[in-house]
Design a protein. Structure first.
Length: 257
């Protein structure tokens, strides 16, 4: 019987390290550069961690098969590649950044179909996911199309012939998008999603995507939706203390370069 990606991951959970930093939904772009400043702080040693976990949508537009999106993100890509030589970096692809393995040779990129990623920490099973799973058949169709090599090949050709008008149009849409808003009955939304996610004996599920920064318990499972870095520069550090919450929230503040 063929096992799903998550079933396979349950067989050999990856260690989650104390002091690991989790960042979700930075939506890094030329008009939003705080994440770049954060990476420079890691490079300089001002902030330290043995393990950096990027929870998806770290870049506002980074599509592996669309080279024109690299130009928006060259500085961030280069910084992550330099950092990956000094620390372990896990990158869970999101719906704004995907098919990126070729861009980050020393980063472990976790594609959507292999999420949640199962990790272990102090005897607990921790599942990590960007969060855009189990969102209904319409979303599943959309996300399959935007990752299709055929569709992306056609769009790349049209974009090249049109001198980048598709990427330019997407840029305008991203600039208008409001990232920091509350979702009504968010806990109910998560309860419906979890009914079919089949997490088994997982103790904690950590997700991004929704930008809500909420924590609650559902049928013995601790659910954590980490806040979006794009909203107020939140990042989260794994705490090695059984009497404390798993994640400690911190806020990065730095004057623009």
């Amino acid at each position: 019987m063929k096992r799903s990606a998550f079933q396979k991951s349950r067989m050999s959970p990856k260690p989650l390290q104390a002091g690991a930093i989790l960042i979700a939904d930075a939506h890094c772009a030329p008009w939003r550069t705080s994440f770049i400043d954060f990476l420079y702080s890691l490079e300089s040693g001002e902030i330290t961690t043995p393990q950096l976990i990027l929870m998806g949508d770290v870049f506002d537009m980074l599509y592996g098969p669309i080279p024109r999106t690299y130009g928006y993100n060259t500085e961030g890509i280069d910084l992550l590649n330099r950092l990956s030589l000094r620390m372990e970096i896990l990158y869970l692809e999101g719906n704004h950044d995907f098919l990126m393995s070729g861009l980050f040779p020393n980063v472990q990129v976790i594609r959507r179909e292999y999420q949640p990623l199962l990790m272990s920490f102090e005897g607990k099973k921790i599942a990590l996911s960007h969060g855009d799973s189990n969102m209904g058949w319409g979303y599943e169709l959309y996300t399959a199309l935007i990752r299709s090599p055929l569709v992306l090949g056609i769009l790349r050709r049209i974009d090249n012939l049109g001198k980048g008008f598709i990427v330019a149009w997407l840029e305008e849409q991203m600039k208008r998008k409001i990232h920091c808003r509350s979702i009504e009955n968010f806990q109910g939304l998560i309860e419906r999603r979890l009914e079919s996610l089949n997490l088994g004996s997982v103790d904690v599920l950590v997700e991004g995507h929704f930008h809500q920064n909420q924590t609650f318990t559902l049928d013995g499972l601790d659910y954590i939706n980490v806040g979006a870095f794009a909203c107020n520069e939140r990042y989260f550090t794994v705490q090695s203390n059984q009497n404390q919450p798993l994640l400690h929230e911190a806020v990065f503040r730095k004057e623009p370069r």
